[in-house]
Design a protein around this ligand. Structure first.
Ligand SMILES: [Zn+2]
Length: 178
């Protein structure tokens, strides 16, 4: 079962399922995108071919996998996509850490970099960085932000977070980090 064959069957036409009444029974009919009902011989061919697909061993796994890919297509920020590699995986470019100014009018404060543990203090410098993992919507990736000493540390922290999520959710076949 190849993905192309699957997509060829699916792409050319749109099917809308509509409720119909057959005698006392509820049933379904199929309409096209313009609202015309499909003829019997058209839908029978579709049903038979759909059955071939849905009855293949491992079809649930295949669908799950395809839908993961689709979820990335749909939900990743365009700005975080750096292209695709030769295996068709999406190359993810990490979000850059935001630079923040220490507020001179407030009391001094400090924190430890989330990666290297270096102390970042408003007594010694005028800025720090906040790194988030915002690479898209609806991706089940927890929105985290870490205070870090530098863009470089931020990049490593974001990479760790995103990598963990990729492995938990099974995205590693579809996504690689730049
Ligand atoms: Zn650091």
């Amino acid at each position: 079962m190849s993905e192309d064959a699957f997509l060829d069957k699916l792409f050319p036409r749109t099917f809308m399922v509509v409720n119909v009444q057959v005698g006392d029974e509820d049933a379904y009919a199929l309409r096209d995108e313009n609202g015309f009902l499909y003829k019997k011989d058209e839908v029978m061919e579709i049903f038979e071919n759909a059955k071939k697909f849905y009855e293949v061993d491992g079809v649930d796994e295949f669908i799950k996998n395809e839908n993961k890919k689709q979820s990335l297509n749909l939900h990743l920020n365009r700005s975080n996509i750096a292209g695709t590699d030769e295996q068709g995986r999406t190359i993810l470019s990490l979000p850059e850490a935001d630079m923040r100014q220490f507020n001179r009018n407030k009391n001094h404060w400090s924190f430890k970099c989330a990666l290297c543990s270096e102390k970042v203090s408003s007594r010694e410098r005028d800025h720090y960085y906040v790194q988030n993992t915002d690479i898209g919507f609806f991706l089940s990736l927890p929105k985290t932000s870490h205070m870090v000493c530098s863009k470089e540390c931020g990049k490593v922290v974001a990479k760790e977070d995103i990598r963990e999520w990729m492995h938990e959710e099974g995205y590693q076949d579809h996504l690689i980090i730049e």
